[in-house]
Design a protein around this ligand. Structure first.
Ligand SMILES: Cc1cc2nc3c(=O)[nH]c(=O)nc-3n(C[C@H](O)[C@H](O)[C@H](O)COP(=O)(O)OP(=O)(O)OC[C@H]3O[C@@H](n4cnc5c(N)ncnc54)[C@H](O)[C@@H]3O)c2cc1C
Length: 388
């Protein structure tokens, strides 16, 4: 593994920077948070622009609409993307970051041909239906049932915390197909069409007053057998592929965004002429940790390129990112002090820092809690005995 960028990577950087410098201001800022329908239009419109300019699916195979570039250039693009303040294409995080990559690794040719180009052009949006009220950290305890009837599965049960399910077209869904098998052996990974009778989405409110995620209820929803990824009852293996993408490579964009977030805080400190040496040392240490984490992310992404799937190192990346993100956001809030309570609408510069802080709570829970990542680091990276 070589973490230096090549001349070709730097040439690509210049090309990407030039495009972003024009395209980002021309597309305009995102709409105010709150209305996911409006946000879907904004995000998918931007995704379309990325696609048309050749910047979607940079390391996805050319045959599926990607550009087939080395992952080093995907990383270069993310660095330039964050530096340009380009919009976070959050609406289809699931499609771009882990459902699409899972289909590349495990899907059938028919599934890849249908879904991958639609993800890249922004035509379709995905959500994740993994967690249930009784199955979060212990995901294999899931109970949503799928019973085979001819060429279809009939799905009944409930999912929870499905991010942006209210505006999704497709769901990467885990179901129990064999209730009598040991819990890890009776699970199947399905692609479910969200626009059908028997699927009800109920939005949930979060700490910032918005509805980022939802409960999803299934009552006789149908999935063609051709929408199964992997074999029936082999879904736990496929799930681990998805989770490795989710923890290992999906967060790369967030991690590089931490760099911009920290630079914003440094600018605030500079603007106020703060001379506190302790504060400056603290900022320096945080900066060094962001850069170190970016190096580990580079390693994770290049490893995934070599093997097809990220290694368990992704758990260490996810753990580091989520805890560092919380420290950086907390510092931002501390610097705001009393101003944090009197934020005056979304255009107030303080609003961004307050929002980053409120958002940061979720990172140590979403995609598997910090405790679970620590267990995985202990067992799968350090080789320690399994905890009880
Ligand atoms: C913002 C956000 C977005 C999300 N989006 C989605 C989504 O789109 N789709 C989806 O399916 N899910 C989603 N989730 C759900 C997420 O994956 C779960 O919340 C997470 O896996 C934890 O499960 P839980 O909430 O049931 O907590 P629990 O599993 O009940 O855990 C409660 C506490 O017990 C601890 N704990 C549990 N087991 C162990 C153990 N073995 N060792 C040590 N400690 C343990 C946990 O660390 C935690 O602190 C999202 C969550 C958040 C916060």
């Amino acid at each position: 593994m070589d973490l230096h960028y090549t001349e070709a990577d730097e040439a690509f950087r210049a090309e990407a920077r030039a495009w972003l410098q024009e395209a980002v201001p021309a597309y305009g800022p995102p709409p105010p948070p709150g209305d996911l329908g409006v946000r879907r239009v904004y995000d998918t419109g931007w995704q379309r622009q990325l696609h048309d300019a050749g910047y979607a699916g940079l390391n996805w195979p050319v045959e599926f609409g990607g550009r087939g570039l080395p992952s080093s250039q995907q990383l270069v693009f993310l660095e330039e993307y964050a530096a340009a303040g380009a919009p976070y294409v959050g609406i289809n995080f699931v499609g771009n970051a882990h459902a699409g990559p899972t289909l590349i690794a495990e899907g059938t040719d028919e599934q890849r041909r249908y879904h991958l180009p639609r993800i890249l052009t922004g035509e379709s949006v995905w959500c994740q239906g993994f967690s249930e009220p009784g199955a979060g950290s212990d995901l294999a305890a899931l109970r949503t049932r799928a019973v085979r009837e001819g060429d279809e599965y009939v799905v009944t049960g409930q999912k929870i915390w499905s991010t942006r399910a209210h505006v999704a077209d497709w769901c990467e869904l885990l179901v129990r197909t064999d209730p009598d098998a040991p819990k890890h052996k009776g699970i199947t990974w399905l692609i479910l069409d969200m626009h059908q009778p028997g699927v009800e989405v109920r939005p949930m409110k979060t700490i910032d007053g918005e509805s980022h995620f939802a409960e999803v209820f299934f009552d006789g929803a149908r999935v063609p057998v051709s929408n199964r990824v992997g074999e029936e009852n082999d879904g736990w293996r496929v799930t681990n592929v998805t989770l490795r993408f989710e923890r290992g490579t999906a967060f790369a964009q967030h991690i590089i965004t931490l760099r911009s977030q920290l630079r914003g805080i440094v600018a605030l400190v500079d603007a106020e002429g703060a001379e506190d040496a302790g504060l400056r040392r603290h900022l320096g240490r945080l900066d060094a940790r962001v850069e170190a984490l970016w190096r580990v992310t580079q390693r994770c992404v290049t490893e995934a390129e070599a093997t097809g799937v990220p290694s368990p190192l992704g758990s260490a990346v996810k753990l580091g990112y989520s805890e560092l993100g919380q420290e950086i956001s907390r510092l931002g809030l501390e610097l705001l002090g009393r101003r944090a309570i009197g934020v005056d609408g979304p255009d107030d510069p303080a609003a961004r820092l307050v929002r980053d802080y409120l958002w940061s709570f979720q990172y140590t829970i979403a995609a598997g809690t910090s405790q679970i990542q620590r267990n995985l680091v202990a067992e799968r990276i350090l080789g320690l005995p399994k905890g009880r």
